[in-house]
Design a protein around this ligand. Structure first.
Ligand SMILES: Cc1cc2nc3c(=O)[nH]c(=O)nc-3n(C[C@H](O)[C@H](O)[C@H](O)COP(=O)(O)OP(=O)(O)OC[C@H]3O[C@@H](n4cnc5c(N)ncnc54)[C@H](O)[C@@H]3O)c2cc1C
Length: 357
């Protein structure tokens, strides 16, 4: 299948199956689980026997196209693909062989509880989970306040400190003794993301579920793709906000032409930025040629452009965008999520400052 026919296929799938659900996802917190499973059945999560550059760009594209409709669903796709990324990066062949086929097919779904780890690595907070060595594995204690894309047959990844030894990264199924999931539904957006506070009360994590021990080489491997692929949400949202601005361009005697931020400005910037992001994604299999600073920079620029464009869409829409339930106000709330999800804009700025210090 060519890239353009594949794009037509995903566009029509999302138009038919995601668009009608978006108001319920955003306003009622509907978790679009059946759509995620359908994407898997349709082959969109496939990684085996595909070269990495092809997978990276296809995944970015899937996140971008999904975000053109709904950032909640795009984030869920990102969570799932990120969990797949962990399995691909792990040296634990047994766990990969056990979980990957079902994840590719959407029969099982995955999440990632690594925000805390990413902030720990930026010296922003301590690790919230502790793993105590025991026979055959670890007992894990502590709380992760937000992990999305969770459900009864789902798995997710986390990082835990181990006392005297270096931290580890492991995966757990949501249905495991000692793990309590407390649903979170008080957000200003993204309530349809099946987000839970995860309490670990002595969860037994056998050796077979350990993805990396020690965590460090694994984190170095997954971090560029983890951060870069989030940009797909910002690209998709920016294009959607440009489309909204255009919808209002002939309004009230072209009064919007007096606003400083016009759709063509955003479009020019996002087209250029998108090319840089896709270029980096296609090169992720050659780590020596890809600068992590450049990844942080494009992720930051994309988040800030999404915020600017969503705000401009509201200014162009005026009162009709200020109504609860309008696409314009949803886009503003979604843009703030892209700016605060780890690595948040503040963390990206800190990291970029540190790397040039
Ligand atoms: C809708 C949504 C979905 C998310 N999904 C994921 C996910 O799938 N995986 C993931 O790892 N992270 C997830 N996060 C977390 C996100 O990536 C950020 O880490 C989070 O928003 C905190 O950002 P902050 O650094 O600005 O912390 P702040 O809000 O400034 O909080 C400071 C500290 O307090 C902790 N904290 C905040 N609120 C609570 C609380 N209610 N109970 C206990 N501790 C708390 C935070 O973890 C942080 O360490 C999600 C967040 C949101 C809003």
């Amino acid at each position: 299948m060519t890239a353009s026919s594949d794009l037509v296929r995903i566009e029509s799938l999302l138009n038919e199956q995601l668009s009608p659900l978006v108001p319920a996802i955003d306003q009622e917190g509907l978790y679009p689980e059946s759509l995620l499973r359908h994407l898997g059945h349709a082959g969109y999560f496939s990684v085996q026997n595909r070269p990495q550059p092809e997978t990276e760009t296809a995944f970015l594209r899937l996140i971008e196209e999904t975000a053109k409709h709904c950032v909640s669903t795009a984030f869920l796709v990102w969570c799932h693909l990120t969990f797949i990324r962990y399995l691909l990066a792990s040296q634990n062949d047994r766990l990969r062989r056990r979980l990957l086929p079902a994840l590719e097919q959407g029969e099982s779904l995955g999440g990632t509880g690594l925000s805390n780890a990413m902030k720990f690595l930026s010296e922003m907070e301590p690790l919230r989970l502790k793993a105590v060595r025991t026979r055959g594995g670890y007992r894990v204690f502590g709380t992760l306040p937000f992990v999305s894309n969770l459900g009864p047959d789902h798995w997710f990844g986390f990082m835990a400190e181990t006392g005297d030894c270096l931290p580890i990264v492991a995966a757990v199924p949501c249905r495991v003794d000692g793990l309590t999931l407390e649903e979170r539904r008080f957000f200003i957006a993204l309530n349809g993301t099946a987000t839970y506070c995860c309490h670990f009360r002595g969860v037994f994590v056998p050796e077979e579920w350990v993805l990396a021990d020690p965590a460090d080489p694994f984190i170095r491997k997954i971090r560029p793709g983890f951060v870069l692929s989030q940009s797909g949400m910002a690209i998709g949202l920016t294009y959607a906000a440009v489309r909204l601005m255009r919808r209002f361009s002939n309004k009230q005697g072209n009064v919007n032409s007096y606003l400083p931020f016009q759709p063509e400005h955003a479009e020019r910037r996002i087209t250029h930025l998108r090319a840089r992001i896709y270029g980096l994604a296609a090169a992720l299999d050659r780590p020596n040629e890809v600068s992590f600073q450049e990844i942080l920079r494009v992720r930051l620029e994309a988040a800030e452009l999404a915020l600017e464009t969503a705000q401009a869409a509201l200014l162009h829409a005026g009162g009709s965008g200020f109504i609860r339930g309008s696409e314009v106000e949803r886009r503003v709330r979604e843009a703030f999520f892209i700016a605060v999800v780890t690595p948040a804009v503040k963390q990206l700025r800190k990291e970029l400052t540190r790397s040039f210090a």
